[in-house]
Design a protein around this ligand. Sequence first.
Ligand SMILES: Cc1cc2nc3c(=O)[nH]c(=O)nc-3n(C[C@H](O)[C@H](O)[C@H](O)COP(=O)(O)OP(=O)(O)OC[C@H]3O[C@@H](n4cnc5c(N)ncnc54)[C@H](O)[C@@H]3O)c2cc1C
Length: 390
Amino acid sequence: MTNDRAEALRAMSDEAFRAELRGWLAATYPDAWRQDDLRPFRRLRGADWLAWVGMLNDAGWRCPAWPQAYGGLELTFRKQVIYQEEMERARTARLIDTGEVQLGPTLMIHGTEAQKAHYLPAIRRGEQVWCQGYSEPGAGSDLASLTTSAEQVGDVFRVRGQKIWTTHADEATHIFALVRTSREPRKQAGITFLLMEMSTPGITVRPIRNLAGEAEFCEVFFDDVETPVANALGPVGEGWTVAKALLGYERVWIGSPALARRALALSRQLLAARGGDAGLADRYAELAAELHDVGALYRQTCDAVAAAGEPGPEVSILKIVASELLQRITEFNVELAGEAAGLTGESRIGQVRTDIAWQYYMARPTTIFAGSNEVQKNILARAMLGLPTG
Ligand SMILES: Cc1cc2nc3c(=O)[nH]c(=O)nc-3n(C[C@H](O)[C@H](O)[C@H](O)COP(=O)(O)OP(=O)(O)OC[C@H]3O[C@@H](n4cnc5c(N)ncnc54)[C@H](O)[C@@H]3O)c2cc1C
């Protein structure tokens, strides 16, 4: 992408920018990749993913938040919000964006010049697909308890241990992982942020199928995996500080009410298919009012982030309310579907073609990933209410 293109997008008014992106998506985005009503949260993967990233790059729409120096659009936060809204409006598929959204900005802060030159262009072009190796069987919310070790032998680390719930590790070419390089009295110390190629001998990936039948995440095993010491991102032993830089704007996007809106659109169709029922219509109205509130909170939070220049701890509220509302709506849809909710796979309820169980199951993890809702409440209690840490 040329800097001229990024400059032109930056110079546009917000309205002109929205119209430009909307027009391009309408003319270009293939129908076959659009999220359908059947399984609306499905991601684009494999060759389709690569083709879409290629289209975004060729047309100058890739990496809206990245600085121009790294080939991004360097959009204002307001324009990034519009970008998200238009993608959601056009029902573009969810992407595997761990490299772009999580690792890229961290590399920009903590990477050496050589690391930035090696990784950033490849992430932008879609040649490298990254996954995040943090969680372990014994370390999730309490991440600093992680035990995957990396012993330094000459100029390599020898990595041993296991990660779990690693989203799309089976498609990733690379993994960034938190590993323990020394034992210190404070468990957050002695952790190193390590970049590894998935093709390195000793790495084994085992996909985990979730209740909805999707293989969204994996177990990743490290059996004496040798990685150059030069692949540490940031200082050895200070990976905890490096990892904290990852908590950026993506906390805002996961609070978007888009999925809840799609789920409620299905409630409306199911309600119509069942015929009049005042009790159910009342509950639909309650959920619609809640969705309106979450939408208002999302817009208000986006405005606050745009004004402050960075997200504050209050974005945790969005994650909690958006994910809990999505779950309540999918539960309501199960009730509306009646006996059809017991079927797995595609079913028809009147004229409505859907997969109720899939949507119900896929809404379950939203209160767990990216920091469980209980952990988000702890953050709010400490940072916003000033309550003591327990
Ligand atoms: C769909 C999905 C994708 C994921 N993708 C990735 C990924 O790509 N990479 C990765 O590294 N991880 C990933 N994870 C893992 C995720 O980060 C963890 O599941 C999450 O951090 C919770 O950890 P845990 O599963 O070990 O549960 P635990 O930490 O054992 O928590 C169990 C329960 O206890 C509660 N709890 C724990 N501690 C506290 C506390 N201090 N106060 C109050 N309640 C508490 C939790 O809220 C939860 O309800 C993914 C998870 C899911 C569901």
